[in-house]
Design a protein around this ligand. Structure first.
Ligand code: PGA
Length: 252
């Protein structure tokens, strides 16, 4: 049976002290219990990872980076490699978030290199895909998501691919307060699962976790997660308040 996951993407928020406080609050709440078969992940800024891995129970609240470099090591000032992320105690890395694609010019070709490096370093990638509003209005959303997934992921072997988590995040829903309707989310998630079936077969497709992201909050999480192909969420703004994040976890 595939895992449900709720992951909090803190983005560029929280100083170290604030981050420790939030992570400890989340850890305390999660200790009270989560739905069966559910994994909780937080993705704080890189520089908090090593400290948080000492402060929280990382078997209960798993750690993720928000990004990693597309090169393994060397003269790339300001970059953080997959090996460095792994050495902090993090188990996951978000790759291909739309903000990285938009503001830092990350293409599917670059993301493919990051996926490779993450897997080489035993990190589980949370790979983000999703269309912008113009693409949806032009009815190109399926095509866009298909190329994001096939260009960056479908070179992987079956064994490698089974370590991937996919997050569908329609860009028009991120941080806007506009959520995809449960029908829109389910439709795209089913489409993604079908792409995986076509490439890797039914067994792999049944086991892959596909998250929804984009203005997910306590008031809409249950409806979104109740869809058959929606296996949890990647949560931005609402993951910055421990109580809201925990409410979303309980909706899975
Ligand atoms: P949001 O962000 O929940 O604030 O819309 C989601 C994301 O970007 O992962």
């Amino acid at each position: 049976m595939r895992k449900n996951i709720v992951a909090g993407n803190w983005k560029m928020n929280k100083t170290l002290d604030e981050g420790i406080q939030l992570a400890e609050e989340v850890d305390k709440l999660v200790a009270q219990g989560v739905p069966d078969n559910t994994e909780v992940i937080i993705a704080p800024p890189y520089i908090h990872l090593a400290e948080l891995s000492k402060r929280i129970n990382t078997k209960r609240v798993h750690l993720s980076a928000q990004n990693c470099a597309s090169e393994p090591t060397g003269a790339y000032t300001g970059e953080i490699s997959a090996a460095m992320v792994k050495s902090t105690g993090a188990e996951y890395v978000i790759i291909g978030h739309s903000e990285r694609r938009k503001y830092y010019g990350e293409t599917n070709a670059i993301l493919k290199k990051k996926i490779e490096l993450a897997l080489e370093n035993q990190l589980n990638p949370i790979y983000c895909c999703g269309e912008v509003l113009d693409q949806r209005n032009a009815n190109q959303h399926f095509e866009v998501v298909k190329s994001q997934i096939s260009d960056a992921l479908f070179f992987l072997s079956e064994e490698e691919f089974s370590k991937i988590i996919i997050a569908y995040e329609p860009v028009w829903a991120i941080g806007t307060g506009v959520t995809a309707s449960p029908e829109q989310a389910q439709e795209m998630h089913a489409y993604i699962r079908q792409l995986v079936t076509d490439r890797y077969g039914e067994q792999v497709a049944e086991n892959i976790t596909i998250l929804y992201g984009g203005s997910c909050k306590p008031s809409n999480a249950k409806e979104l997660f109740s869809n058959k192909d929606v296996d949890g969420g990647l949560i931005g703004g609402a993951s910055l308040k421990a109580g809201d994040f925990y409410a979303i976890i309980q909706s899975v």
